[in-house]
Design a protein around this ligand. Sequence first.
Ligand code: HAM
Length: 423
Amino acid sequence: MQGKALPGFRDFYPEELALRNHIFAVWRSVARRYGFEEYDGPPLEPLEIYTQKSGEEIVEQLYAFEDKGGRKVALRPEMTPTLARMVGERAQALKKPIRWFAIPQLFRYERQQRGRLREHFQLNMDVIGEAGPAADAEVMAAALDIMRAFGLGPAEVRLRISDRRVVVAKLRHSHHVAADELVPVLAALDKWERAPADSERLLTDALRADRARVRPVLEFMSGLRDGAAELRESAAAEPLNECVQRLGAMGLGPFVEVDFTIVRGLAYYTGIVFELFDQGRSLRAICGGGRYDDLIKAIAGVDLPCVGFGMGDVVLGELLKDRAKQPEAPAQLDAFLVAVSGEDVEPVLKLAHELRDQGVAVEYGLRHAAIRKQLELAAARGAPRAVIVGPDERAASEVVVRDLNAGTEEKVPVARLLNGFFR
Ligand code: HAM
């Protein structure tokens, strides 16, 4: 068939859009509760803001091309570089810490799999200008409160937290990983659970200079989960421990798990990193984020610490459907207006207009038909009531209101209908 959406791109039929709108509404309401202000940027950006700092994986997935002016551009695959650019431009004027959120549509040419498409909407919440772990705890708490607002508790979702600084300190001191080897070694660690063979290959490449180190680093990686208690005692784990404590004080402790296998795929993270998963881990991450204290400097030359996360609508939507937490069908009509005779059509138009002006949702048949047909249409449109306008009722300034579920009828004066009847 011609005219199908591209692979990985979605058509939103009303039912699907209702779910998306529900997700956006919860995102916005929790973000506002945390004092975050909404911003947005352009969907098309100069290519180099991604090639500079985001890391190889995302650069390989770019929708990039040359525009008609010969500029190298890309559809945004993530929001963080745009945020860094925007904050960098007004760094002096903006009051710190900045708490901003956005809901951009993002584009990545991904291999198709469950929970991964080529476009998605992503809530981004970031705190800029605060280096301490209180800010990290704050954005994590917001992500968890979003889960709670959707009716998902610790039995359904878990927040897994790590700190790159802890893992890096161990890699550097115990395994002699050099500064320039760190990015590929962390990329290998990021892949360890999902694709161990790829991970081992990446690691072997990264430690080419001294192959004898590969085996011990692999052992370190596979023991990371069990070694959590020991690593948490190291000095580098202080911010992580404080963060966990703050989440506990907020009553969010049952959601939280320290897990040093979490490193995150993006290259710019510098400290605490975290991901939110469904409890059974049958789906990909619902949300991922962390601290990225050097990105604004790299993009805009201003030194400002940042922490934040991105939460996509795709995995979340699947989880809500799986757990039957999707919204009820959106409220539709308040009433369907029925004209008994051809002469009642204009009074129906007048009444419909007056009701709509008051915010009441009404429809009427666009073609005049027998009353029975109009009532059938009313039922098909899901209207809870029919408001029937006929010559006798008009003479008495009344209408007949029929409850289409109960099948009962009552006469209602027009003045009452227009005065709070539907509230
Ligand atoms: P990310 O881990 O690449 O992080 O994406 C965050 C979330 O977006 C994922 O956990 C997932 O829910 C969703 N997501 C990503 N790619 C796809 C896709 N192809 N299809 C469906 N959903 C997807 C970032 O993008 C960081 N910039 C987040 C951030 C903000 N870090 C600090 N501030």
